[in-house]
Design a protein around this ligand. Sequence first.
Ligand code: HEC
Length: 182
Amino acid sequence: MTVLKTLISVVVIAIVALLIFVYSGVYNVAADEPHLSVIRWAMETTRSNSVKRRDDSVTLPADWNSLQRVEQGAKSYAAMCQICHLAPGVEPTAIHKGLNPRPPRLSEEMSHHSPENLFWIVKHGIKMTGMPAWGVSHNDEELWGIVAFLKKLPEVSAQEYKAMSQSTSSGHGQDHGHSSSK
Ligand code: HEC
C-alpha cells in the first residue's frame, strides 16, 4: 500500500510541476533562442522513429523516379520548397534563417532517407517545426514528382537546377493549390 501511495504522490507532484511550468511562462518560446541539445535530441529522435513506424504504409510506384517525374518535381520544388530549404546556387532566404529548427539544405541531406520515408514526410509534414503537410493541398502524383527530384537533388548543379526549375516544357508544378485526390 505504501508503494502505491508513494507512486500516486510522485505522479501528483509531477502533474503539479508540469502545470506550474506551463502557466508560469518561464519557458522562453523565442525562435531566435537555440533549443537545449536534449530537447533537440528528443525532437529528432521522436520524429525519425515516428516516420519509420509509419512509412511502411507507403507503396512505391514502379516508375517513381522516371525522368518525367524528376522534371515535374523540380518545378514543384522551386515553387513550394526552395523558400525554406534553398537549392543549389540559391542564397539563404529570410524564412530559412529565421525558422527554428532551421530547414536543412535538402541538397545535402537526402542519402539517409528512403523514397517512402521522404514521401511520408512531404505528405504529412512535421508537427512543431514549420514543415507543412503538402498532402492537404496536393495529390500523391505531384508529391511523388517531388520525391523523385529530392533523390536526384544532391547531384544537381546550380546551373542544372536553374534550367530544370524554370523550363516550361510541361505545365505542371506551379503551386496552384489544386485539390487533393486522396
Ligand atoms: C515554411 C518552411 C518550409 C517549407 C516551405 C518546406 N519545409 Fe520541409 N522542413 C521545414 C522544417 C522547419 C523542417 C524541420 C527541420 C528540422 O527539424 O531539422 C523540415 C523538414 C523537412 C524534411 C526532413 C529533413 C530531414 O533531414 O529529416 C524534408 C524531407 C522536407 N522538409 C522536405 C520538404 C519539401 C519537399 C518541401 C516542399 C514540398 C518542403 N519541405 C517545404 C520547413 C519547410
